[in-house]
Ligand binder design. Sequence first.
Ligand SMILES: [Mg+2]
Ligand SMILES: [Zn+2]
Length: 198
Amino acid sequence: MKRNIAVFLDRDGTINEEVGYLDSLEKLKIIPTAYEAIKLINLNGMKAVVISNQAGVARGFFTEEFVHTVNNSLLADLQKKGAIIDKFYYCPHHPKEGNGVYLQNCNCRKPAPGLLLQASEELNIDLANSYFVGDRFIDMETARKVGAKGILVKTGYGEDLLQDDGPDTATPENTPDFIAADILEAVQWILKDRKNSK
Ligand SMILES: [Mg+2]
Ligand SMILES: [Zn+2]
């Protein structure tokens, strides 16, 4: 059986604007080019899969139920313009903050690859030929761990961390395969890359 190619998408700063902790629905603002970008993923037979760290749950800023509310709202809004997210995955944990099950060194908090491995099983994804689009170096590192290509977008934290004093440290493990202005340019690069590798 032919395996699926996925474009894994970070959520905050990549599909919707980065607002610190997204703790109310009014703060959910979709980046305008995300509709066309996700539609292009759909039309080209790839899976659009959201992979998000939501440590605001562990920190007690919002509940898992609220994460679902935001994801459902995002899904509905995108769907109105014909853009489909195939599945959402998120990590609610933090290694140092939170209580009970939320306080743990899990294998699903990016840059750990746990959620990609889970998606690969559930959606029959060929990880080594897939892509990760995100606004942080941890997104690139997550991609690298499963042999996928990483595309860094300049929206969200992306622009800042390309400066020398940015919030993340660049290492050989998290170097992007491509740097794009936004999610749409990232997907356009992916489509070209797929053509070239056939
Ligand atoms: Mg982000
Ligand atoms: Zn986790």
